[in-house]
Design a protein around this ligand. Structure first.
Ligand code: ADP
Ligand code: MG
Length: 256
């Protein structure tokens, strides 16, 4: 049998400001299962609850109702044990720290000694193809490079799950496509499970094993679209099978 599922969420509801005039139901009865090693994208209109769902999984906010397990633990235990790494649209690096010291930060907080931290950070800089930028400051790097540093930092403690909230949303299209290839390579090399929030249909299709389509608020899951391509490369992006999947997701987003 396979390893324990990366995420199992059952009947998740999230209501902000319950009972008040500004009450918002952000998530309505959401069921989500992410297998170990699976790449799942969440796609849906702005405000449909994608970030909220990711935050519930990360134990950054509590669900109003429902149950959630991350790597077989409660979301809270999983957070304390750092079972996941997280990366957002803004790389959120500390400008007063060098690149390598940014990547070391989670290890510092864990109390790792300097030589162990440095060795791990160097390994991660290789993985994200920035070995020559260890001692640069974040503001000296392009947006794509900064995002690679953020991904390296998210991987620092070797979590089995990566949570990514529109990580490439602020990048130009060419950089974005390059980053997608790099993320796939990293995922290939590490076997991580990934939950990836995006607005981009081609991005979701290119990256994912499963595309989860959400409805406008209150966010519900309306479609689960499996994607299985042999190889994911530049030629795929121009192939009929790729466009078929893009069309399928687009129609699902329109259907509701
Ligand atoms: P998405 O990431 O899909 O754009 P969000 O998960 O950020 O959507 O938000 C879903 C809905 O919940 C939105 O209507 C948003 O305004 C609302 N919301 C998100 N966070 C809060 C909060 N802390 N307090 C009140 N409402 C919130
Ligand atoms: Mg969001």
């Amino acid at each position: 049998m396979s390893a324990v599922d990366a995420v199992v969420a059952k009947s998740i509801w999230k209501v902000f400001n319950p009972g008040k005039a500004n009450e918002v139901t952000a998530l309505e009865d959401v069921d989500l299962k992410v297998a170990a090693g699976e790449f799942v994208s969440l796609i849906g209109p702005s405000g449909c609850g994608k970030s909220t769902l990711l935050r519930v999984i990360a134990d950054l906010t509590e669900p109003t109702k429902g149950e959630i397990q991350v790597a077989g633990k409660s979301a809270h235990e999983a957070r304390l044990e750092q079972r996941y790494g997280i990366a957002f649209q803004q790389a959120a690096l500390f400008d007063w720290r060098t690149v390598i010291r940014n990547i070391e930060l989670p290890m510092e907080l864990k109390g790792w000694d300097k030589s162990k931290r440095e060795a791990r950070a160097k390994e991660l800089l290789e993985l994200v193809q920035l070995p020559d930028f260890a001692n640069h400051r974040p503001w000296e790097l392009s947006g794509g490079m900064q995002q690679r540093v953020a991904i390296a930092r998210a991987l620092a403690l070797d979590p089995s799950l990566l949570l990514m909230d529109e990580p490439f949303g602020a990048l130009d299209e060419m950089t974005r496509e390059r980053m997608q290839n790099e993320l796939l390579a990293i995922r290939q090399a590490t076997g991580k499970s990934v939950i990836f929030v995006t607005h981009s249909i081609p991005e979701a299709v290119y990256l994912s094993d499963t595309v989860i389509v959400m409805s406008p608020r209150p966010g519900r899951i309306t479609h689960r679209i499996g994607v299985s391509f042999g190889t994911r490369n530049e030629a795929l992006r121009e192939s009929p099978e790729f466009f078929e999947h893009v069309t399928q997701v687009r129609e699902a987003l329109r259907a509701r």
